[in-house]
Design a protein around this ligand. Structure first.
Ligand code: S3P
Length: 188
């Protein structure tokens, strides 16, 4: 089978980068994380990009990062929680990757966001709402979108990152085997 890509989508704190790292190891390849690409090419943190260039500047950089990630075709891509708000990013991702939505309730996401020491530099405020209220409010808009565009949704609040990555790998292999059996393209 040819090289295939899994793209992980979902809200901040869902575990996209952590699961992505394990998944990349299981698939013996690279994880491309779009937030990392953005920070590397900008030479500054995401919080600083928001302060200096505004959210618009960050979203432009995010579009370029998604483009680059898709072009490089790694086995695993993880994108920031807001990347799929731009239809062009969704099209690019869907044209090459199998999209997996890591789903979790607002309380779980908020508790993970709070306990992540890197969060302060990578997750600037997106609204003027405090704490978990921002998560709840944004999830109202984003969760239906994540669900609509994903090929598979998994509950990311119950299993360990390791088990979750194993489950996603197995689901993807089953999907590809089914497509191959029925004579359909195994792409993505
Ligand atoms: C964002 C999520 C962040 C990062 C940026 C904006 C968002 O990525 O891209 O702070 O709009 O939800 P993570 O989802 O990896 O935290």
């Amino acid at each position: 089978m040819k090289q295939a890509t899994i793209a992980l989508i979902g809200f901040r704190g869902a575990g996209k980068t952590s699961v992505g790292r394990v998944l990349a190891r299981l698939l013996q390849g690279e994880l491309i994380d779009t937030d990392e690409l953005i920070v590397k090419s900008a030479g500054r943190s995401i919080a600083d990009i928001f302060t200096i260039e505004g959210e618009g500047g960050f979203r432009r950089r995010e579009g370029q990062a998604v483009e680059e990630a898709v072009r490089r075709r790694p086995p695993v891509i993880s994108v920031g929680g807001g990347a799929v708000l731009d239809e062009r990013n969704v099209e690019r991702l869907r044209s090459t990757a199998w999209l997996v939505f890591l789903d979790a309730p607002a309380e779980v996401l908020w508790s993970r966001i709070q306990s992540d020491p890197a969060g302060r530099t990578s997750r600037p405020a997106l609204t003027s709402l405090p704490g978990i209220e921002e998560v709840r409010e944004l999830l109202k808009v984003r969760r239906p979108l994540y669900l609509r565009i994903a090929d598979r949704a998994v509950d990311a609040s119950v299993l360990s990152m390791e088990r979750l990555a194993q489950q996603i790998k197995k689901d993807f292999e089953d999907y590809r085997a089914q497509r191959a059996d029925s004579g359909q393209s195994t792409h993505p």
